[in-house]
Design a protein around this ligand. Structure first.
Ligand code: USQ
Length: 402
């Protein structure tokens, strides 16, 4: 199959490109190096020393004998995007090509507007290019579980059966996103749903939870193929950040009470889910939604797992409650359905002490690269105290999970 991977230089995009290439698909990747540029802006960097995209594809060729084509450009440039679709004629488009950080989107008006322009316009160009040049192609779009927020009812997979004044309908599940970034994903979902209804395009929205992990089978073939691993306040996700903090001796940054619960998944399961969606495409005119995570944890649960695993490696780990830089519910109901990918055959890699210990070992390999000043957050959802790190409220033995 001809597969176009948008955001193919990123944390998930690069491992996905190798994964599909290894399985015999014709893969082309697209990237504007946005993540590399945003790190330069923030004075941060990947923990892992990632190679340039050109070196990556060259090493991949050496190791696997397979080619991955590279296109450098910006999806918000219509000429670039339309030409790409016209020439490559993708059968599947895997769309990771967006600004992925909630904190970055909340820095100020410029970062919020940039996030909206980049994500929403780029996605619109993809939809228009599909309609014009590849109307039978399947869009596999990375959405987020954060589109739903934390409602006080069970979260369904995309749609809710509603009865109102004696009439029934199946409607998109209500959205309560928690950041300017998460809002862009909601806008994308509406735009994609619209073009499926009106133009008959086919799409799968993968509402993904928080991803953790470094290694994938392909990246393990050669250290030069390793993907990026972010741990700073903007681009690092909770579990990845906690593992780095444990190694470098910063008290684990549990924001507020620590009972915020989210869906999580291993990076290897992201690849398996994207493959399952690709090999089982949506029908023409269908806007299909999968909730893509394998387990639910509170932040406190994660801190406890990391503390235990790091102590087994000989790192004495402190856990702390920090002033919460975000405006979010710290205690809430959370029960999100996630059966559709399991029904298609997903076999999850569940979080285990051994897995976290392996991650900690891998992080220790690159310990000297950790920029410690980038870990404790300064970006606040309410904009206050600009540039000042949030304070520790209380250090605890471990955070009791509910
Ligand atoms: N959190 C902490 N301490 C930290 C970092 C985070 O307590 O050091 C808490 C946050 O307050 C939040 C939860 O952990 O309650 C998750 O935060 P996160 O930074 O790991 O994840 P989030 O900002 O939600 O965003 C990440 C990815 C994003 C993706 C999303 C999936 O950056 O691209 O869309 O996970 S989801 O969370 O399901 O929306």
């Amino acid at each position: 199959m001809r597969i176009l991977i948008l955001g193919g230089d990123g944390y998930l995009g690069w491992p996905t490109a190798m994964y599909f290439s290894q399985r015999g698909h014709e893969v082309a990747i697209v990237d504007s190096f946005l993540r590399r540029r945003m790190h330069m802006e923030r004075g941060t960097d990947s923990l892992t020393p990632i190679r340039s995209i050109h070196e990556r594809v060259q090493v991949w060729k050496e190791v696997s004998g397979k080619d991955i084509a590279v296109h450098i450009g910006d999806l918000t440039d219509w000429t670039f995007t339309s030409q790409l679709f016209k020439e490559f004629q993708p059968e599947t488009i895997v769309h990771y090509g967006q600004m992925p950080s909630a904190p970055y989107s909340m820095i100020d008006v410029n970062h919020a507007v940039f996030t909206h322009q980049n994500n929403v316009i780029g996605n619109l160009h993809v939809l228009y290019a599909m309609n014009e040049y590849t109307p039978n192609a399947h869009l596999v779009k990375l959405g987020t579980m954060g589109e739903y927020g934390q409602p006080n009812i069970d979260i369904e997979e995309g749609y809710l059966d509603v009865e109102h004044n004696g009439r029934k309908d199946r409607l998109p599940f209500p959205k309560l996103p928690g950041s300017m970034y998460h809002l862009t994903k909601v806008h994308d979902s509406h735009n994609i749903h619209f073009v499926c209804r009106v133009w008959g395009l086919r799409a799968t929205d993968l509402n993904q939870g928080v991803v953790y992990g470094i290694d994938t089978d392909e990246a393990k073939l050669d250290d030069r193929l390793i993907t990026r691993f972010d741990y700073d306040e903007s681009f690092g996700t909770a579990l990845n950040r906690f593992c780095v903090q444990a190694v470098v001796g910063i008290p684990l940054t549990v924001y507020g009470k620590g009972n915020q619960t989210r869906g999580y998944l291993n990076i290897r399961d992201t690849l398996a889910c994207v493959e399952l969606a690709t090999l089982n495409p949506a029908a023409a005119g269908e806007f299909r939604v999968f909730n893509q995570f394998t387990e639910q944890f509170s932040v406190a649960d994660l801190a406890t797992v990391v503390q235990k695993a790091a102590q087994a490696h000989g790192y004495p780990v402190e856990v702390a409650h920090y002033e919460n830089p975000r405006v979010e519910k710290e205690e809430h109901y959370y029960n999100a359905k996630h059966t559709k990918l399991l029904d298609l055959g997903l076999k999850p890699h569940l979080l285990s002490d051994e897995l976290v210990e392996t991650m900690i070992g891998r992080i220790a390999q690159y310990k000297d690269r950790i920029i410690t000043s980038a870990i404790v957050p300064r970006i606040r959802w309410n904009g206050g105290d600009k540039g000042k790190k949030v304070e520790i409220i209380e250090k605890v033995e471990h955070v009791p999970s509910k």
